[in-house]
Design a protein around this ligand. Sequence first.
Ligand code: HEC
Length: 175
Amino acid sequence: MKKVMFGMIAGSALLLAACGGAEEAATPEAEAPAATETAEAPVVDAEIVAIIEARQDNLKEMGASMRAISESMRSGSPDAMLISEKADIIAGHAATMGDWFPAGSGPEAGVETEALPTIWENPEGFDEAVSNFQTAAVAFQTAAASGDMTATGGALRTLGGTCGACHDDFRVDDD
Ligand code: HEC
C-alpha cells in the first residue's frame, strides 16, 4: 500500500518535471522520509548522481557555447577567435558523450533528469545520434578554425540539427 503511494508521488514528480517544473521536481526529496519508513524507497546512488550532474553541466556548457556562437555569427562582425574556442569546447564534449549515459542513469536514478528511457531501450539509435553529433562537431571545429565564415555558418546549421535530432527522440520535450 505504502509502496503504491510512493509510486504515485514519484509519478506526479515526473509529470511536473515533464512540464518544466524544475523547482517542483525537488519536492519528492522533501517527502522522502515518509517513504523511507517502508524501506522501499529507491536507493540514490551517489556515483550515478555525480554522473548525471556532470553530464548536465557539460550539456549546459554546450548550450551556452552554441548561444555565444550564434550571437557572434548574427552580430554582423563574427569573432572568429571566440567561435573557434567555443567550437573546441563542443568538440571536446562530443568526444566523451558516449560515456555520459551509463545504464541506471535514467529517470529510475531518483534524481531530476530529462534523459528519456528510450536512450537505453534503443541503444543503436542513441549511438547513431551521438555519432552524427560527433561528426558534425568535428566538421564545425575544422570550419571554425579556418576562419571561413560561410563554411562555418553551414557547418553550424548541420551541428545544430544533430543537437535537435537527439533531443527529439531522447530528451524530455519541455521547450
Ligand atoms: C545524442 C544525444 C544528444 C545530443 C547530440 C545533444 N544532446 Fe543535449 N541533451 C541530451 C539529453 C538526453 C539531455 C538530458 C540530460 C539530463 O537531463 O540528464 C540533454 C540536455 C541538454 C541541455 C539541458 C542541460 C540541463 O541539465 O540544463 C542542454 C542545454 C543541451 N542538451 C544542449 C545541447 C546542445 C547545444 C547540443 C548540440 C551542440 C546537444 N545538446 C546535443 C541529449 C543530446
